[in-house]
Design a binder for this molecule. Sequence first.
Ligand code: NAD
Length: 498
Amino acid sequence: MTSEPGSSDWHARAKALRFATGHFIDGEHVEALAKARFTVVNPATLEPLCEVAAGTSADVDRAVASGRRAFASGIWRRKAPRERLEILSRYAQLIERHAGRFGLLDTLCMGKPIGDMMAIDVPQAVQTFTYFAELCDKIEGAVTATATDALHYILREPLGVVGCIVPWNYPLLMAAWKVAPALAAGNSVVLKPAEQSPLSALLMAELFVEAGGPPGVFNVVNGLGEAVGAPLALHADVNKIAFTGSTEVGKRMLIYAGQSNLKRVSLECGGKSPQIFLADLGDMDRAVHYAINGIFGNMGEVCNAGSRLLIDKPIAEAFIARFIELGRNAYRPGDPLDPCTNLGPLVTASHRARVVSYIERGRKEGARVEFGGDRPDLPGSYLNPTLFSKVTNQMTIAREEIFGPVAAAIEVDGLEEALQVANDSPYGLAASVWTRDLRSAHLAVRDLEAGVIWVNCFDHGDMTQPFGGYKQSGQGRDKCLESLLSYTQTKSAWVHLG
Ligand code: NAD
């Protein structure tokens, strides 16, 4: 019988781990043309982890040219769809086989607990590739109803070279959400990982080739946003940018597209998701558990984190008291390589400083810290989970995305006011409503301005669920069939028969 690896096993594996640190272009690990490097720091220790190739526009040109050559040759897009399906299925299995390596790479770079990597990120990345692999031979065109002197049909074709720019909070999984549908549709890809978490992308690209993917179809360029992301998004030979990250940088993607070749842009950006708890919610403990996990999971570094708790006045006092009781110690900062840890450090010391500045702002603007707000006595960039009560929706902590384990409890007077407060936000990624009343639930679904609504749960879903934002949370959808189609374009063929 083999037992699950413990903390010392993960530390030993981390010590023995070998990984690439360059770019991956044309099926090979390569150095940056300018030979420059930047340092990646392990946030759990604040010690340097490795030096990684710092790309420039010259590296981007090289990767895009490689992707373009592969696309023009037809080696991937013209493969029989079943063959693409088989390669991508093999690829999903390879990712699963290398789960431990992926787990370690993301944990070491961005501090996510290894238990979360093994239970959430890696299995969901495998599901993502499996789901889109299975769609390879289900991309269909159409024949339209024309007069008898013509045959008109619509073909669905890949776009060309897709640039994928992703953040650090789920490095493997966010990359998978972009790369899998792009490849399944027959495109070439140039992936630019976040500079905080550049390593798992290189292993992803390497395994694609090992699975039988043609060299040049999947390339990775590492480096900083301005140095690599911008030239990729400005590139005249890139047909689409699939971006996940902040709203601020997302807006720049639209500018880059306008300044270059009108490439397509899909944006998955930030959020400030409300969770509405109505007085008739029923099982309060269950709702409180979801509220706690919805904001403290993944250190609160989640785009759809349920950061605004909108609590109906009749239950507000009891709800907050229960949140304090259950939430104060639910997430304990610890070594992310210990599988029992559920709260790692924040991604960098500077990100922690940013989150702390929001906590100070909350205090100054009159909100009350019920627990947390301070740092544990650990060497990394840790922060204790924090609950604010007495928050109004006008306060900075209720309006801006903090991207840390900070919950803001706002009292509301019934469904109507809850919906008004929920929608009073520039964001619209996700929202939830807790109620036993069918009418209230459906009214909330109808009136909440968000791309994803949960009723009596939070953060549930699977690959069939479109994921994406209303308003400044973005445009476009990840995961679902709609996402696959967004990596294709239609061609209309009119055949004269007269
Ligand atoms: P970010 O916007 O700072 O960076 C995202 C990516 O863009 C990185 O790869 C970065 O290097 C690159 N980049 C930065 N500046 C650039 C520029 N000028 N030109 C081109 N590329 C540039 O975001 P982050 O801090 O890495 O991630 C956190 C953000 O991501 C949060 O706002 C979060 O809500 C969002 N996010 C959204 C989703 C979603 O599905 N909606 C999922 C995860 C994260």
